[in-house]
Design a protein around this ligand. Structure first.
Ligand code: ATP
Ligand code: MG
Length: 357
């Protein structure tokens, strides 16, 4: 069956990097039997400019109808004075909640050719390949009650609630166990069960679920220790699963272990395997339109799409291998360059990947 892919380029470097990722998809379609249909829709600042809102109804309808979404990046100084509920970023938040994208997958992979760009010593990070699975639609970012007010003592007071019910935990838990099974077979659940009731429930439910996944090794870790271990010895981890807040912090820390924001893909999935795939980095307005943005985070997001939505792990491997070969050949955008390599443009990198495919 033909898979429908919606491309939402967005703002800043989004259109440039999506163009290269689309070339990769088209090459797979023409030479490797990938059965897809591509469509494009407005989102973010581009949509505000054209239609006044960051997520027009037509874009939302197209997103609902799609099997997978390739998303560029949104935002930029041009839209800084938009009211808070009409900012480019709110287009993505709405898309996530409307589509029920509850599982955020963020791999942190360090290609051996790029060990020099990491902040850590080569032997600590070389060959790093971990996956952080973050719950994306619950927890303290959405828990009620929340708000701010004057309290009885006349002091300003504010509060949020970290709330999960067992179904929400089970849902993200299953997603994480499945991913661990497809990877190295080890899952570490991160919580703060020594202090928080919500984390005690999290740990209970993960432990119960483990009965359905006896082939997977499950461990638990407190979030403070997990942060320390990520920096001290990140290669001890295979797959991590955690809630919305802890995942937000840990996945950014893990991203920096690799040192190269231009290399990091991500996926946000619903319960049926539909996903939104996007680079971890933002719209990079400082380099937009110059042809210097690294397209590999977006091309690697295509690889995740092939693996997790389109069920073409074989083609995902091909794309990831092509990225490795391009790096072997010394092709680098500015963000990952060193003394021995030459600078290539966004388009040259995309073209090299297409040639190798
Ligand atoms: P956001 O708020 O959307 O996360 P940000 O301003 O915090 O955006 P980015 O837009 O990701 O962060 O940019 C951070 C820095 O990384 C910038 O200097 C930018 O030029 C650089 N950068 C981001 N993406 C890329 C890329 N694909 N290639 C090269 N450099 C990039
Ligand atoms: Mg940022």
């Amino acid at each position: 069956m033909t898979a429908r892919i919606l491309v939402m380029p967005g703002d800043g470097v989004g259109p440039e990097i999506c163009r290269e990722a689309v070339r990769v998809l088209e090459a797979l379609a023409s030479d490797h039997g990938l059965d897809i249909e591509l469509e494009e829709a407005l989102v973010g600042g581009a949509a505000i400019d054209a239609e006044g809102v960051p997520l027009p109804e037509s874009s939302l309808t197209a997103a609902r109808a799609a099997d997978a979404i390739l998303f560029g990046s949104i935002g930029g100084p041009k839209w800084d004075d938009q009211p808070r509920d009409n900012r480019p970023e709110s287009g993505l938040l709405r898309l996530r909640s409307e589509l029920g994208l509850f599982a955020n997958l963020r791999p942190a992979i360090l290609y051996p050719q790029l060990a020099h760009v990491s902040a850590l010593k080569r032997d600590i990070v070389s060959g790093l390949d971990i996956m952080i699975v973050r719950e994306l639609t619950g927890g303290i970012y959405f828990g009620k009650p929340a708000g701010r007010h004057m309290n009885a003592n006349g002091k300003r007071e504010a509060f949020n609630t970290m709330r999960y019910d067992e179904d929400e935990i089970r849902r993200i838990g299953r997603a994480a166990f499945d991913i661990a099974r497809a990877r190295g077979g080890r899952l570490c659940s991160v919580d703060k069960a020594n202090v928080l009731d919500v984390s005690q429930l999290w740990r209970d439910v993960m432990t119960e679920l483990h009965a359905e996944y006896e082939d997977i090794e499950l461990t638990h870790m407190y979030v403070d220790n997990a942060a320390m271990q990520l920096v001290r010895a990140p290669k001890q981890f295979d797959t991590l699963v955690t809630g919305n807040l802890f995942g937000d912090v840990l996945s950014d820390a893990a991203a920096m272990l690799t040192g190269s924001i231009g290399m990091l893909p991500s996926a946000s999935m619903d319960t049926n395997g539909k996903g939104l795939y996007e680079p971890v980095h933002g719209s990079a307005p400082d380099i937009a339109g110059q042809g210097v943005a690294n397209p590999l985070a977006t091309i690697l997001s295509v690889a995740m799409m092939l693996r997790y939505t389109l069920d073409r792990g074989d083609l995902a491997d091909k794309v990831e291998n092509a990225v490795g070969y391009a790096l072997d050949r010394g092709l680098r955008t500015r963000d990952i360059m060193d003394d021995e390599t030459q600078m290539a443009s966004t388009q040259e990198i995309g073209g090299a990947i297409v040639d190798m495919l």
